[in-house]
Design a protein around this ligand. Structure first.
Ligand SMILES: O=P(O)(O)OC[C@H]1O[C@H](O[C@H]2O[C@H](CO)[C@@H](O)[C@H](O)[C@H]2O)[C@H](O)[C@@H](O)[C@@H]1O
Length: 272
């Protein structure tokens, strides 16, 4: 069980981080992509991780005592193209999962792909007059981007998105939130937290999980790893199921470098 209170700066939790790693023999390190590894940018196509992330992740991913996973709201193929290294990737908020060469897709999400396609196509037409509004069709989910839309028009986009999803998607699809986006997806009880639980279930005994993320969709994953593992929220000071926080993707890089240079050594240390 985890609480929702403001997470504490990671520097104040260093002792707990050390003791958690020392008590474990293996680390499952799960990372969100946008806002965590890749700084938020206006154009979603331009998002890319910091070079320090790529170097630290490559090193951690090649360490036998560490398993790494990217858990993103982006489509699986998209996020895989943007960051190299991990053996496990979860795309579309955990609805598609790639491990060791095999890809699993949530069966209910697969069945609702044609409705999702129809919703995205209709929204392309309905929202065409809204300046800079962009529809990202991710096959299993869709994203309506309003970051570059004049704020006065956000309520119009929200209203039209809900109307189209209700009309075409019925009870099969639903709208949720994110950073300057409306996310459209299948109304199924499955999210990033479930994907992390599934990935963690295949880890060796003695594994501790760390999850780093920045958005509302990461909260279910924080709940999955806490309190035995550690959730790290990136930015924002609102209550979270994560117990720790860092301020920015640059601070995520600092944490990854610490895990690489110090944390992994603690894991491999025998208990006194
Ligand atoms: O779970 P994530 O990996 O964090 O993905 C969440 C969404 O990220 C992307 O949108 C966000 O990042 C964009 C680029 O910085 C930004 O322009 C947008 O406003 C953000 O919401 C991505 O485009 C979405 O598909 C993901 O669902």
């Amino acid at each position: 069980m985890s609480s929702t209170s403001p997470p504490r700066p990671i520097e104040q939790q260093r002792t707990r981080l050390r003791s958690t790693l020392t008590a474990a023999s293996h680390l499952l390190l799960c990372l969100d992509f946008d806002g965590t590894l890749a700084p938020i940018v206006e154009d979603p196509d331009e998002a890319k991780p910091l070079p320090e992330h790529e170097a630290a992740l490559a090193s951690l991913a090649s360490t036998p005592a560490v398993s790494t996973a990217i858990v993103s709201g982006r489509a699986l193929a998209d996020v895989r193209d943007r960051i190299d290294g991990p053996t496990t990737y979860a795309g579309n908020h955990g609805l598609e999962l790639s491990r060791e060469g095999s890809v699993m897709v949530h069966p209910a999400a697969r069945k609702r792909m044609s409705r999702l396609e129809a919703v995205c196509a209709t929204l392309e037409t309905v929202l065409e007059p809204v300046p800079n509004c962009r529809i990202e069709n991710k096959r299993l989910t869709g994203t309506v981007h309003v970051r570059s839309v004049p704020p006065a028009l956000w309520p119009v986009v929200r209203r039209d998105t809900h109307a189209v999803v209700d009309r075409i998607g019925g009870d099969a699809l639903e709208v949720s939130g994110g950073k300057r986006i409306f996310e459209i997806g299948p109304s199924v009880p499955w999210g990033k937290g479930n994907a992390v639980e599934l990935i963690a279930s295949e880890m060796p005994p003695g594994t501790v999980s760390i999850y780093i993320g920045d958005d509302v969709t990461d909260e279910s994953a924080f709940r999955t790893v806490e309190p035995d593992g550690i959730g790290v929220r990136v930015g924002g000071d609102e209550p979270s199921a994560a117990s720790c926080r860092v301020d920015s993707p640059a601070e995520v890089a600092t944490l990854l470098c610490w895990l690489e240079s110090v944390g992994v050594g603690l894991l491999e240390r025998d208990e006194p």
